[in-house]
Design a binder for this molecule. Structure first.
Ligand code: SAM
Length: 222
């Protein structure tokens, strides 16, 4: 996949900034990363450029239901909100109570769900959601064992069914590790279509996005 359909305008996502909102988000993110390195998996929020690539599968029309997994301080939520049409619904499942409180304070439009991505099906059913158009994922896959990866991907597959889309990202330097290559193979054995975006250099560290569709095991409506 090239960056077709993804805005090409440049932005400041990784350097020094005087924007108080960005500074406060970075501070909250770093504090969480230092407190809980085993569940954060990064030291800085995704850049606006990476966020826009992740959010590129959010439908611009109709009344889509979009779910974010691991929103953290909401860096990707902003890009989802920019695309989401007025009738859309945007839920965000976050494990960490501090991040939940931060999001509830800073992103009032977001339907924040305090929970574990491994329980996605139940969390959605509790909220009356039986179809999801897009899942945008910021979970730290590298920190998950294979059983957890498989469990979460199973939940994602059931939620998007045959018509939805799923995006997630990985860091470029991580691809030298066997675990990251294994995760790519897991994605390819879980979804009929797995596209890999161009490298997003304006992210700390540089990253790329997986765009996945049509789970091989079916989905919610299958
Ligand atoms: C690397 S951060 C990504 C934050 C944001 N999406 C971004 O790209 O800047 C990972 C986030 O996933 C959350 N997380 C980790 N395990 C989770 C789980 N099992 N369910 C839901 N959220 C989880 C962490 O608390 C953290 O906020």
């Amino acid at each position: 996949m090239t960056n077709a359909g993804i805005p090409l305008s440049d932005d400041k996502g990784i350097g020094v900034t005087s924007d108080p909102e960005v500074r406060s988000a970075r501070k909250a993110f770093l504090a969480a990363a230092l407190r809980r390195p085993a569940t954060m998996g990064a030291v800085a929020p995704s850049s606006p450029r990476l966020a826009r690539v992740l959010a590129s599968v959010v439908p611009r029309d109709g009344e889509p239901v979009v779910v974010e997994l691991g929103p953290g301080t909401g860096a990707v939520s902003v890009a989802v909100e920019e695309r989401l049409p007025a009738g859309g619904r945007h839920l965000a499942v976050e494990l960490d109570a501090t991040m939940v409180a931060y999001l509830e304070h800073t992103r009032p439009a977001l339907e924040v769900v305090h929970g574990d991505a491994r329980d996605l099906g139940k969390l959605l059913a509790d909220r009356g959601v039986d179809h999801v158009d897009a899942i945008i994922c910021g979970l730290p896959w590298a920190l998950f064992d294979e059983a957890t990866q498989t469990a979460v991907l199973g939940e994602v597959s059931r939620a998007i069914g045959t018509t939805g889309a799923f995006t997630t990202f990985a860091y470029l330097h991580g691809m030298t590790l066997g675990a990251a290559r294994r995760f790519r193979r897991t994605l390819r054995s879980t979804f009929d279509e797995v596209l890999v975006s161009a490298t997003v250099w304006r992210n700390l560290p540089p990253a790329f996005v997986y765009v996945c569709r049509r789970p091989l095991g079916g989905g919610m409506e299958a």
